[in-house]
Design a protein around this ligand. Sequence first.
Ligand code: FAD
Ligand code: NAD
Length: 469
Amino acid sequence: MADSFDVVIIGSGPGGYVCAIRAAQLGMKVAVVEKRATLGGTCLNVGCIPSKALLHASERYHEIASGHAAEIGVKTTGLKLDMKAFHAGKQQAIEQNTKGVEFLFKKNKIEAVHGTGKVVGKGKVEVALDGGKTRTLETKNIVIATGSDVTRLPGVEIDEKQVVSSTGALELASVPKKLLVIGGGVIGLELGSVWARLGSEVTVVEFLDRITPTMDAEVSKQFQRVLQKQGLAFKLGTKVTGVAKSGKALKVTVEPAKGGDAETLDADVVLVCIGRVPYTEGLGLEEAGVALDERKRVKIDAHFRTNVEGIYAIGDVVVGPMLAHKAEDEGVAVAEMLAGQQPHVNYDVIPNVIYTWPEVASVGKTEEELKDAGVKYRSGKFPFTANGRARIAGMTDGFVKVLADAATDRVLGVHIIGPDAGTLIAEAAIAMEFGASAEDIARTCHAHPTLSETVKEAALAVDGRALHM
Ligand code: FAD
Ligand code: NAD
């Protein structure tokens, strides 16, 4: 096996594996070092894919358990949750996707090297192979794509059984009676929803005074209301100061974030999800002289170059939203740059989706960001209650909001809470990528009856011309 490559990528997540495929397409000789047994990184193994598999299955269960299916004549008796099959479905989704990456590596003649990679000098990656041996790969370029890890909460030890991170929350063998979620962000609300749908009493403890603090505030507010209707409870402006085990039960001490009296909450399982941190452990970056920023992310310039020539970094380990599609786009960009092309990632148009029910999706600026920046804008809003297709499905919670520049009408941001928001947001992203105005969306013919008509109507509403409201 040759040990000399054009590019060696450390990490096979969405950043690394997509970078590898694009580099191979462009004629480069590529190796990817991965310490996990399977390819695909956090996303395919313990992130996007398994969480969406559980969201999908729990949603089907809840449709019947909540009586929604019966309301439209789909009556069932003897509803039962088979936990073994529930987890097996998730495992199948993981395997199909990780094997898919294996297939793509073979197809593109990319070598997967299983072991822990370390940068040992310019153009040199040493791999501690799974079997115990060491192999040194020589390469013209190194791409660091090592992703991120769970942020720990001081004093709260994660055992992945009773006190879990997202990884343990994807594996719970039974439905906890009481689930306490620390952190009202994406993971807390997605995985909190999964277990709430299956019958857990879920309480979300959030340090700030609102959930999903980086989303548009109006959307966050509505989101919290809808989740409360589904039975989730929220303790905002509250911090967890300790989790004590007493046999199978947990006693969680919380107090107001601004100080005040402490109280104790009971839980069977605690999920810690207060963000993720870049993962650079054991990579040898310090020895190699690669600089990190103030948040321990690998420091890069606008071309993904670190301060050491020939070493690049992408994905969760660098600045920017920790999202699979952002990592993928950066992977493609680095590969194309190495091939002498001039790619570009448009960080102003990266969609963000929360896969709860209803889904929440956004792209571009929030109202708060526009106000802070002193940008004058017009807003158009359209509710799903006024959309025929949403009414047919009984999925009328939520709205679409289009924010457009007051002077030029250029779309600056789109925020959606509602059915299939994650798919609807793609239309907004394309429009923004092409520099569209709200009028451009409003004048585009949208099929009837579809949920996408809400986007057109919200664009019309920017100019006060919504037709069905
Ligand atoms: P990763 O996917 O983290 O991959 C890095 C890989 O590098 C890992 O496999 C790791 O084992 C390997 N590695 C690290 N160090 C070394 C080393 N020294 N040697 C060899 N290998 C090494 N994002 C979305 O866009 N949509 C979602 O729906 C979504 N859902 C998520 C759900 C959960 C529960 C979690 C935790 C995350 C979710 N994310 C989602 C975020 C998404 O998973 C990450 O943004 C994405 O995986 C980042 O890709 P990456 O390539 O940068 O790193
Ligand atoms: P997050 O940043 O989405 O949310 C963390 C939440 O915890 C925030 O609301 C924060 O204010 C709160 N918090 C922080 N410290 C706290 C404390 N001590 N006590 C109580 N609350 C506290 O992080 P996450 O939910 O852990 O997810 C990590 C990352 O994974 C996300 O940033 C996201 O990029 C990615 N992810 C994406 C998706 C998706 O795209 N659908 C799904 C899951 C994860």
